[in-house]
Ligand binder design. Structure first.
Ligand SMILES: [Zn+2]
Length: 386
């Protein structure tokens, strides 16, 4: 049982520490300082922990409560990093409670869940007469808001029998699938020439217009009418564009950066195929059209597998606390659940409500976190003793 005041105090301490992802934002502090705070918090509790170096300013903080043997190991995950706070920097690190809401950068995504997981671990560790049979891992990882380096390192070494990923969501939802994504550059090649020599120049920006129009069609004519039943419409938006040198010259190159989703059963190759088909169409109309695709980063979608036991226990414990069974839901956003599942670890994801993720005045529901704590504690005791 977790005390509300302990939870508010711990989240407030974590919110005050800058752990802005240092890959995403160049002056972000990364996870080193927040990891030190948590090490100091864990030290008097007689819980094993270690820090895992990931990259400059990026660290994982991993704790373990060893079981007495004969049970199943379970990993509870939350991430230590946050996005930036340019639009509200004067108040982002000042936690504030109003009613049920705790405001502050990362309060919901994901420091409220880091704090909750630590308090659940402490609560279980304190009851030494009730040692678990299986190991309980707490993975507070780096770089979720960047390229997921923290999760990639962690799953290489630790292989629990199941994992619960804590990320904000309406309490009562259990996420069983989410989209994958690609960050892709499309490069249209033109030919530089004097602006008054159209017979020599090839206008890469005008041709990029042809590409963008067809991508937009793909979005509203193919993706929009065919949403995944849980994950919704396949993600697509343009992100950045650059090209050309000056008013008087045909632009030799235009680069468009996009974000595009993949659904379970698909890979980034399906999206590359969509883009190649667009190139082919344009080339039929304009034979001097020339373009290429450059995948900067791609992550596969998540579909939970092998989770029957964890689902049954989690669903029963949710029912005990909320008075109703959980809903299996999907998400259009990507998170580290996909990497855990790909490593062969049966994975489910849940969390407490909040709003304004990655935006000013992010908040988390304190009462939902408390209920989530009860659900997690019950689930851990049963799963690890199976
Ligand atoms: Zn998150």
């Amino acid at each position: 049982m977790i005390q509300t005041s302990d939870l508010i105090n711990l989240i407030s301490d974590l919110v005050q520490i800058n752990s802005i992802n240092s890959w995403l934002i160049s002056d972000g502090h990364g996870e080193a300082e927040i990891a030190t705070y948590i090490e100091n918090w864990l030290s008097p509790l007689n819980i094993e922990f270690y820090r895992e170096f990931i990259a400059d300013r990026q660290v994982n903080l991993v704790a373990r409560l060893p079981g007495k043997g004969g049970g199943k190991s379970l990993c509870i995950y939350a991430h230590l990093d946050t996005v930036g706070c340019e639009l509200w920097k004067e108040r982002a690190f000042l936690p504030r409670v109003e009613g049920d809401r705790l405001y502050g950068l990362g309060s919901a995504d994901d420091k409220g869940h880091c704090a909750l997981a630590l308090l659940v671990l402490k609560s279980i560790a304190m009851q030494s007469n009730e040692l678990l049979n299986g190991d309980l891992w707490l993975a507070l990882l780096a770089d979720e808001e960047g390229t997921s380096n923290g999760a990639q390192q962690f799953i290489k070494k630790v292989k629990p029998k199941a994992a619960i990923i804590l990320e904000p969501n309406a309490l009562g939802n259990i996420v069983v699938t989410h989209q994958g994504f690609g960050w892709i550059d499309i490069i249209v090649k033109g030919k530089a020439a004097h602006g008054s020599a159209p017979e020599l120049g090839i206008d890469s920006i005008a041709y990029m217009g042809e590409v963008i129009t067809r991508l937009h069609h793909l979005d509203y004519q193919v993706f929009a009418p065919n949403p995944h039943p849980l994950n919704g419409k396949t993600v697509f938006h343009t992100s950045m564009i650059k090209g050309g040198t000056d008013y008087a010259t045909y632009p030799a190159e235009c680069i468009l950066s996009i974000e595009i989703g993949t659904q379970p059963g698909e890979t980034i190759n399906d999206r590359i195929q969509n883009i190649e088909t667009i190139f082919h169409e344009i080339r039929t109309k304009f034979p001097d059209f020339s373009a290429e695709v450059n995948v900067k980063l791609a992550r596969d979608p998540f579909k939970s597998q092998g989770c029957e036991l964890l689902w049954n226990i989690l669903s029963d414990e949710t029912n005990k606390i909320l008075g109703e069974l959980p809903n299996a839901v999907g998400e259009n956003a990507w998170c580290d659940a996909a990497l855990f599942q790909q490593a062969g670890i049966p994975t489910l994801m849940m969390g407490a409500s909040g709003e304004n993720f990655h935006a000013p005045d992010e908040w988390v529901s304190i009462s939902e976190l408390i209920k989530l704590g009860d659900i997690l504690e019950g689930t851990i005791r049963r799963f690890c003793n199976e």
